[in-house]
Design a protein around this ligand. Structure first.
Ligand SMILES: C[S@@+](CC[C@H](N)C(=O)[O-])C[C@H]1O[C@@H](n2cnc3c(N)ncnc32)[C@H](O)[C@@H]1O
Length: 188
């Protein structure tokens, strides 16, 4: 399948933070899915530790690029709509930037960044779907920014019956923080 690499999100600080957090979390026997795999950099690093790793993206260029360039088994899907099965580890570097309708650009890269007006539109759809594909002891690693709203995102998890705690963080430019939230089903 052909692709246009200019339409694929290329690895940046958020990618590398998620890779570090995922490699600290993953176990060899885990069944792993990366939602929003983009270039496939995260899934490619993780599959060396856990061979049962797949990547999903809504962007057809990303699906083709991640497979051709990074050797990731990929599925084109809007979140979990074309995915079946349960996973021990679910990864997502979400489109997390608050974006006004007039700021939107009509291309595939828009999907990498645009989190809607709140920055949490895609995350709100992702959380219940991810929890329904998570094994009992499974973990979700979700990368967000301080611009997304940390406490608001933790509250969204609680509303879905899940506990969330920051397991990795890093300051990027202008005081913006990146966070990786480790999310698990609440015990009660
Ligand atoms: C911030 S980029 C992260 C890319 C890559 N995982 C990384 O860390 O470099 C977000 C990715 O999520 C994908 N995405 C956005 N909305 C999606 C959806 N509803 N379903 C699947 N993928 C989606 C985008 O196309 C983009 O590739």
């Amino acid at each position: 399948m052909s692709f246009d690499a200019s339409q694929v999100y290329q690895p940046a600080e958020d990618t590398f933070l998620l890779i570090r957090a995922a490699l600290a979390e993953v176990k060899p026997e885990d069944s792993v899915i990366e939602i929003g795999t983009g270039s496939g950099a995260v899934a490619s690093a993780v599959q060396k530790a856990a061979p049962r790793t797949i990547g999903v993206d809504i962007n057809p260029h990303a699906v083709a690029y991640a497979h051709a360039v990074n050797g990731v088994e990929t599925v084109r899907s809007d979140l979990f709509s074309a995915v079946s099965g349960m996973f021990d580890l679910i990864l997502f570097n979400a489109p997390y930037l608050p974006t006004l309708p007039e700021e939107r650009i009509d291309d595939w890269l828009e999907y990498a960044l645009d989190g809607g007006v709140s920055g949490r539109d895609v995350i709100e759809r992702f959380l219940p779907q991810a929890l329904s594909h998570l094994t009992d002891t499974g973990r979700i690693l979700l990368l967000i920014s301080s611009l997304t709203g940390l406490s608001e995102t933790v509250s969204l998890c609680a509303a879905c019956g899940a506990d969330a705690a920051v397991c990795a963080e890093e300051e990027v430019e202008d005081g913006e923080m990146l966070y990786v939230l480790k999310i698990m089903r609440s015990l009660v």
